[in-house]
Design a protein around this ligand. Structure first.
Ligand SMILES: Nc1ncnc2c1ncn2[C@@H]1O[C@H](COP(=O)(O)OP(=O)(O)O)[C@@H](O)[C@H]1O
Ligand SMILES: N[C@@H](CCOP(=O)(O)O)C(=O)O
Length: 355
């Protein structure tokens, strides 16, 4: 078989919520899911295009307990098939090899599924030559991953606030990717739907350059679906006001140089999701209550990353000392951790021709 095209898709991970910004804030971090794609001459295709797509993994998700490699079941390729089907293309149109390198730990609150959905939408776009803009790709991402924070950050980059416009009941038939992953279900059966335009709305916010993201990653998974099911349907008015006040202050506080640690630490508190998620994450309560800028110079604030269990500590320096305290607190609960100090990156997902 001869190559027709070689492409590379790169999608960053993300940390959502940043305390009070539940389903609103996302910050794009320097750890990248990469797809190396070789598309072969369509003339060599026989009957069934999908059988000609070979998917391999390195990094997270590899191996017999890893992610499914069947194109109908794998989150990246089933998302691509959904995008193609929405554009009346039923299956991949040329034989392909897709080598996925995934350093993003799964089920840890660092947006692995959001990155996979973004990668899938970009794969559908390039393999079908659809010419979708990033804003239109966001519509497809949001049909699959209904909370906009992770996918918007992964696609657009930087520190970003977003919301999803209210959808008509006709547009809401596709379950969240988390639901699909739980049931190991396919998406393309929902593909007769027309994807509405301009679902996602977002604005890029400024981020002070000296603020780095320390991620302390426990070695167990919390599925985002489970961590969302645990949240109440109704909230106390005072708790909602508590979060709104802090959210408004936090987005400005994180843009200022030098950062005001006292202001940021207070503004990163939350009463909407973290209190309910404590039961899934041993040590969370102790960590967010006791690790403070007053005890750890350089620290600005601490919270759950996404739906957890990763802890996000924002800091300007003293990374080893801050992470050691959190590592030790998890160790008391017999939980092992891995630490990654990441940069906030301005660029989101990229697709380009590879040599
Ligand atoms: N690169 C990937 N390829 C295929 N599936 C993935 C990939 N990344 C994540 N997933 C799927 O998403 C699930 C994790 O999603 P989720 O519970 O939302 O956690 P996270 O906080 O990591 O996004 C994984 O168990 C897997 O099924
Ligand atoms: N706002 C969502 C974010 C989920 O992020 P993930 O990285 O855990 O997938 C939530 O808090 O449920």
């Amino acid at each position: 078989m001869t190559y027709s095209r070689k492409l590379k898709i790169t999608v960053p991970c993300s940390s959502s919520n940043i305390g009070p910004g539940f389903d609103v804030l996302g910050v794009t971090l320097s750890l990248y899911l990469t797809l190396d794609i070789s598309i072969f001459e369509p003339s060599s295709v026989k009957e069934n295009y999908n059988t000609e797509v070979v998917l391999t993994y390195s990094g997270e998700g590899k191996g017999k307990d890893g992610v499914p490699l069947s194109v109908e079941k794998n989150l990246i390729t089933k998302t691509a098939l959904y995008v193609l089907a929405c554009n009346n293309i039923y299956g991949f149109t040329a034989p392909m090899t897709i080598n996925v390198d995934n350093p993003i730990p799964m089920g840890r609150g660092l947006g692995s599924s959001g990155a996979a959905v973004v990668a899938g939408v970009m794969l559908g776009n390039v393999s079908g030559n659809l010419g979708l803009t990033k804003d239109r790709m966001l519509d497809y991402c949001l049909m699959i991953e209904r909370h906009p924070d992770n996918v918007t950050a992964a696609l657009m980059g930087g520190f970003i606030a977003s919301y999803l416009r209210e959808l008509n009941t006709d547009d809401t038939g596709i379950p969240h990717s988390e639901e699909l992953e739980k049931k190991n279900d396919t998406i393309n059966k929902f593909s007769s739907q027309i994807v509405p335009e301009r679902i996602g709305h977002y604005i890029k916010l400024n981020w002070a350059k000296e603020i780095k993201a320390i991620t302390i990653i426990p070695q167990f998974e919390v599925s985002t679906a489970e961590a969302r099911e645990i949240l109440p349907n109704d909230y106390n008015k005072n708790d909602v006001v508590f979060n709104l006040q802090r959210l408004a202050v936090l987005i400005m506080a994180l843009s200022q140089s030098p950062p005001d640690a006292d202001l940021i630490c207070q503004a990163m508190q939350d009463k909407v999701h973290q209190p309910y998620r404590k039961q899934l994450i041993p040590g969370l309560s102790e960590i967010i209550t006791n690790v403070k800028p007053t005890t750890h110079p350089g620290l600005l604030g601490i919270c759950l990353s996404g739906a957890g269990p990763t802890i996000l500590a924002l800091a300007t320096h003293n990374f080893d000392n801050i992470s050691k305290t959190v590592i030790d607190m998890f160790a008391k609960e017999n939980i092992e951790t891995v630490v990654k100090v990441l940069d906030v990156v301005e660029d989101g997902a990229q697709g380009c021709r590879a040599l």
